[in-house]
Ligand binder design. Structure first.
Ligand SMILES: [Zn+2]
Length: 250
């Protein structure tokens, strides 16, 4: 039996936010949360930029320094197992964060799956057809579909009788792309609520860990992080900033 197969948390159980130490969980959102809180901040030059790019929030983290050391493949660990257990952790932790914010992410506040000022993702059905979904519908659909994959022993095997299939890297990239969109939506549409909860150190650390891991194992495409000219993904700028600051590898 493999190391990670033995130690992966039983399904349905909750784990502490990665890479936090359990000291402080994000509190429940209170009545003071205001969806109309200012998203943008004016810097000295009069240029507007998102709050998550502004000091001190951009530097706020539970984990200081570079994430490289915690994402590299440990000795004697199968790379598939390492990716599987980390994808599981990112999914679980992001699910918990979104659960706290869910009451603020409604069909009225978020009628589209927005991830930047001019970028909204439609949902692509298995037939390939794109359909419109509100952000909560989109996120619920993504999370439910990922949960089904994680629960499928053929996709995420947890015992020695099952092996990872050759499709697992492609599935991991698919999951990663969808989780990135949820991170991007939360930063774009709900960062002020993260600030109200004083959860920005947790959330930044979780996202930086997610990006560093994705970089290390080639799970993310640059265009998914940054978007395209005229259709920029908001967190693409955060990714650039963290590369400048040394939080992420260049
Ligand atoms: Zn939302």
């Amino acid at each position: 039996m493999s190391f990670f197969g033995r130690n992966r948390a039983p399904r349905g159980t909750r784990r502490s936010p990665t890479p936090g130490n359990g000291r402080s969980q994000p509190p429940s959102p209170g009545a003071s949360l205001s969806p109309s809180s200012p998203f943008f901040n004016n810097d000295a030059g009069g240029e507007q930029k998102p709050l998550y790019l502004c000091s001190p929030f951009v530097n706020s983290a539970l984990v200081k320094g570079n994430f490289k050391t915690i994402v590299v493949l440990p000795k004697y660990v199968d790379v598939m197992e390492w990716v599987a257990v980390n994808v599981y952790d990112f999914f679980t932790n992001l699910n918990e964060f979104y659960g706290v914010l869910a009451e603020c992410c409604t069909q009225h506040s978020c009628p589209t799956m927005s991830v930047g000022p001019n970028l909204n993702y439609p949902w692509q059905q298995t037939s390939g057809r794109f359909i419109h979904m509100t952000a909560p519908q989109y996120i619920d659909t993504v999370m439910s579909s990922i949960q089904i994959m994680i629960d499928d022993e053929n996709v995420f095997p947890t015992n020695n009788n099952h092996e990872f299939q050759r499709t697992f890297p492609g599935i991991s990239r698919h999951i990663y792309r969808q989780l990135l969109r949820i991170f991007a939506h939360i930063y774009h549409a709900h960062f002020h609520q993260i600030l109200h909860l004083r959860a920005e150190p947790h959330f930044n650390s979780l996202f930086a860990h997610f990006l560093a891991f994705g970089q290390e194992f080639d799970l993310l495409e640059l265009k998914e992080i940054k978007g395209e000219p005229g259709q920029v993904v908001g967190v693409g700028l955060l990714w650039e900033k963290w590369r400048e600051l040394g939080t992420l590898e260049k």
